[in-house]
Design a binder for this molecule. Sequence first.
Ligand SMILES: NC(=O)c1ccc[n+]([C@@H]2O[C@H](COP(=O)([O-])OP(=O)(O)OC[C@H]3O[C@@H](n4cnc5c(N)ncnc54)[C@H](OP(=O)(O)O)[C@@H]3O)[C@@H](O)[C@H]2O)c1
Length: 233
Amino acid sequence: MKKQRAVRPYVICHMVTTVDGKIQLENLPGHSSVGEQYEKCHELFKGDAWIIGRTSMEGYSSSKIKSLGKPDPSIPKEDFVGDEKARSFAIVVDPSGKCRWDSNSISGDHVVEVLTEKVSTAYLKHLREKKVSYIFAGKAAINLATALKKLRQLLGIKRLLLEGGGIVNGSFLKAGLIDELSQLVIPIADGSTGTSTLFDVEEGYTRRRATRMRLKSVKTLPGGVLWLRYGLL
Ligand SMILES: NC(=O)c1ccc[n+]([C@@H]2O[C@H](COP(=O)([O-])OP(=O)(O)OC[C@H]3O[C@@H](n4cnc5c(N)ncnc54)[C@H](OP(=O)(O)O)[C@@H]3O)[C@@H](O)[C@H]2O)c1
């Protein structure tokens, strides 16, 4: 019998790293010039959505709204679409509902929260008021396969760019849900320990599950940046 491919978006992990695989670039010399190259490659992929972890989303979400209103038990813990017409999406994996929103859009991309059922109804009320979409992907822990299936079925997302940080990338890798890696390597060695890397999967050395990749292409970009593309096996 022919093996059926799960109905989920094609996932491309697109990231900038140092030569030692570090991704916290803020204080590194000359890091800002790679931003434009990163965005150009992002556009080339023609994704209909991008997804990041709750920590990485902090820079895009509201810093003004601190507290939520009262819980509303009439709000069911069911998926909610805040904009039926949206065609491009900015998605955050936010299991406990920590991100606050002033609006439901980031540069024209409709915001979608991936939640667990741990979140309060006060938080769901906040998201509904702002017309931010949300999907549930697990009771107490995120199930990424469920999340991807819903993103495809509910929002029609076919091509998803996974854009950090290390924890969310690592959890996709561990779940075997990355199809391709696009890595821009800047000619800098970070040299720190304990800072985020491209894939922060799990602690330890002997227990880890390594993932094999196939090199698809190598391109040199201005400033000595290497653009590596791999398919995951
Ligand atoms: N170089 C690049 O291209 C690039 C791109 C993006 C980000 N970054 C950098 O990455 C750093 C942040 O990375 P990070 O690894 O610390 O954080 P992250 O991956 O952005 O977010 C991690 C958080 O997201 C939630 N989360 C993600 N996946 C989850 C899963 N499978 N199950 C449960 N929760 C999940 C959890 O939120 P809770 O804690 O609320 O449970 C978790 O603590 C920043 O310094 C940022 O600048 C670099």
